[in-house]
Design a protein around this ligand. Sequence first.
Ligand code: FES
Length: 332
Amino acid sequence: MATFTCLPENRSVPIGPQETVLDALLKEGIAHTNICGGRAYCSTCRVMILEGADQCSPPTEAEKALAKRLDLPFHVRLACQTKLSGYATLRRLVFDSGDLDIVDQQLSADAINQERPVALLAANIRGAVDFDEVNFAYDIVYLMGRYFSRMQKCAARFGGEIPNVMGKKLLAVFGIKNAGLSPAEQAVWAALAMLESVGELNDFLAQMRYQPLTVSIGVHYGSTVLVPLLAGQSTLLTPLGETAVGVNRLEFKNQELGSQLLVSEAVYQQLKGRARVGRRVSLQESLPLLDAYEILGMDGEAPQIASLETEGKGQRALSFLKKFGFSWGKRR
Ligand code: FES
């Protein structure tokens, strides 16, 4: 009979030729999580193979499908689908409610290591320090509430999400939903709508004797790692990586140029000659070097984005699996 070492318990566990790793763990009294009861729906039985990958049975079709959906690395296997023909060492991966929350987020977002091409839009209120100093707290809350509400509507109108706000700066993501338009076009149209909306807001602020807001925007496009923020929120993904760094540099460059909207070469290429371009500059401080285009407007009418579809099956989170009942450490 084959055996495997189970970490973190550091226990030697016997396993029969027809038994799965999950069967063997439960028989040994190790309470290994298996919410769907071994049906290859939940992935909570996942283990990491540290040694003996060649002793593992090939993934079943069900395991392959789930691993593909979640982008599981090859050495993370479902214990409920894996049999062993020889010695292996593995580490259990889901222990408590914190781990379950992480699995839930991954199922909601359909991936663990989501990396996909998206357009990012960074918008910032310039003169932010002055803005803080010359307004009372009530004024700041009042103005920022109006400002962010407008920005949110502009992003949503063109299929964007705003998962990230820090101080007076926001980051919007385009391309998570299928909007029938390239993510870069979506973001540029949203940026132009934001600038127009800030102009309208400034008219209102002038009547109220507030100082006008000056907003600068950068738009960049590229492969981005999207990290789920909350369980059950399949679209609430915060972007990380080079594209996120690049878009902040573009936004910042506006301050030096006195421009309002700068886009990267990758974005410009997707605008299909319909953009009215001002200056073209290179961001010398940027690695890799970013060419930037000042966008003054777009030819034609702003597109109507009628319905937006979230890509993937984002609603199939662990909460869905409650219909199977909670199975923690014993086979249903
Ligand atoms: S996928 Fe193995 S128990 Fe759910």
